[in-house]
Design a protein around this ligand. Structure first.
Ligand SMILES: CC(C)(COP(=O)(O)OP(=O)(O)OC[C@H]1O[C@@H](n2cnc3c(N)ncnc32)[C@H](O)[C@@H]1OP(=O)(O)O)[C@@H](O)C(=O)NCCC(=O)NCCS
Length: 180
């Protein structure tokens, strides 16, 4: 099934969303470190940026950085990635620096990325969220995701949410494309 690539520039009220660049390694290292799974160096962040670029080249989807239109420094990213899903049914992800939380930024940026993900021809987009992550659960709810099922892995329960739109004409896979 052919999908169009995720755009490399989206604009919302407060952000310009563009791909990660090597110059983002400093604040991304801080962001990755806040996950609490050990210190992530700037060099490691630079490698993750390169891996994300490779995945984007392969799958046509990836991460976009929230760059404030008022000229402030980047505050995080919103992404559509294979993650725990598939190329056909990828997952939405969002992660912001702690000081940027609580201002509606994730919802604003993730909504633009979610819409763009559907516009690539993908009818179903997943989000996988730990049940304790109230802020992320609320973002998913505001975006219109519905709870689908729960799986358990080594870190505990993981709730799978689904955002579905009618199949996009011209992309196959659904009734809207039948007959060409
Ligand atoms: C999840 C995350 C991206 C949300 O970013 P954000 O910009 O603060 O999100 P928004 O402001 O758009 O929306 C957050 C919502 O959660 C609510 N919320 C935040 N903390 C909450 C809590 N402890 N309990 C209940 N609701 C909470 C906010 O009130 C807001 O809802 P509202 O608009 O109805 O008031 C941010 O917390 C983050 O980066 N967390 C760490 C990374 C992460 O967990 N990513 C998701 C992985 S699944």
């Amino acid at each position: 099934m052919a999908f169009t690539p995720l755009p490399t520039r989206l604009v919302t009220d407060r952000f310009e969303l563009t791909p990660q660049e090597p110059a983002d390694a400093g604040w991304l290292a801080v962001l990755f470190t806040t996950r609490g799974r050990g210190e992530v160096s700037e060099a490691e962040a630079r490698e993750r940026i390169a891996r994300m670029h490779a995945l984007t080249a392969e799958h046509g989807i990836g991460a976009l950085v929230l760059r404030p239109r008022d000229g402030g420094p980047p505050v995080g990213y919103a992404a559509v990635v294979v993650g725990r899903g598939t190329v056909e049914e990828p997952e939405l992800a969002y992660e912001l620096l702690p000081e940027a939380h609580g201002r509606g930024y994730a919802t604003e940026a993730a909504r633009a990325v979610l819409d763009a993900a559907h516009a690539t021809g993908r009818a179903r987009i997943w989000a996988t969220i730990r049940p304790w992550n109230a802020a992320s659960l609320r973002v998913a709810e505001k975006l219109g995701f519905r709870r689908d099922h729960v799986m358990t892995d080594h870190d505990g329960d993981l709730v799978w949410f689904l955002h579905e739109v009618p199949a996009v004409p011209g992309h196959g896979g659904g009734p809207a494309a039948a007959g060409g």
